[in-house]
Ligand binder design. Sequence first.
Ligand code: ADP
Ligand code: MG
Length: 346
Amino acid sequence: MKEPIITFKKVKKNYDETVVLNNVSFDIEQGKFYTLLGPSGCGKTTILRLIAGFDEASQGEILLEGKRVNDIPANKRKVNTVFQDYALFPHMNVFENIAFGLRIKKVSQTIIEEKVKEVLKMVQLDGFGNREISEMSGGQRQRVAIARALVNEPEVLLLDEPLSALDLKLRTDMQYELRELQKRLGITFIFVTHDQEEALAMSDEIFVLRKGKIIQSGTPVDIYDEPINRFVADFIGESNIVPGNMIEDNCVEFVGKSFECVDGGMKSNESVEVMIRPEDLSLTTVENGKLQVKVDSQLFRGVHYEIVGHDDDGNEWVVHSTRKAKEGSRVGLSFEPEDIHVMRFN
Ligand code: ADP
Ligand code: MG
């Protein structure tokens, strides 16, 4: 394996008594798109600040390209940050905003002009150099902020919830653009969001955080299909979760029946949580269903109906179906063994 570009080894961060990061360890490979995903306050910004060098770890080691950087100041790290509020200078035009860092480094005017022009092209703002920041839309300001970071030719770009201020349509467009940009440049992106759909759409790898800990890491598909526990299952996508019990390696019991499943690794007799995604359930007749539920309500969501019902044990079941159901009726639910995902409690 290639040497990771960033490594955290048992990093802790606390402010007095408050533990903000608790034994965080990970490796970041060069050239991939990583996302830190988790609810507000779980420590995402803190991790970026430690990578950038704006804050110091209380314990543990941070390595950049294999070298310990705990004591290396921010301006000596080949890392740049795009902040949540973009932090652009309102009294400078686009060109000067981007050129600012290069001027501080005393780069010559000719080179500055060349480099600014180049990054403006990268973010598709060719010819916008003379515009004032106040004349730029939200999406354009976003791109100026990215251009300003890219002009320093960082090896790692840190992006702290850069899309959260944009409206839905623009946000979706920018998701594609950022992903394309990352692929084109081949530099490492570490992107922070609390939006699971954004994380799934954009990332090579996702780290799911909760209360200062990484509780699962993996590709979007791994995390969606095989969440490690109820928190991840609920946080990423919609899920039906009911209590169950392992009978054997490939057999699990829930709602009073046993079902074939393909999830291994659990002991027989172990109490588990059983998850099935709403889109993996389909409506059928009561006789043909593996489970039977009474339909409580149904909403038309455009791409599907969202049908909510309950089984005889009182568990709620959400089904995404292209077929309608009748409120108050009893229906059967069918699903395949591979749609059953078994999780340990916690
Ligand atoms: P996120 O970006 O995931 O929303 P942060 O990394 O900003 O979370 O913060 C994680 C926790 O650390 C929060 O509970 C926050 O209140 C706390 N925190 C962050 N900075 C400081 C600070 N300078 N002093 C005390 N607590 C802080
Ligand atoms: Mg934050």
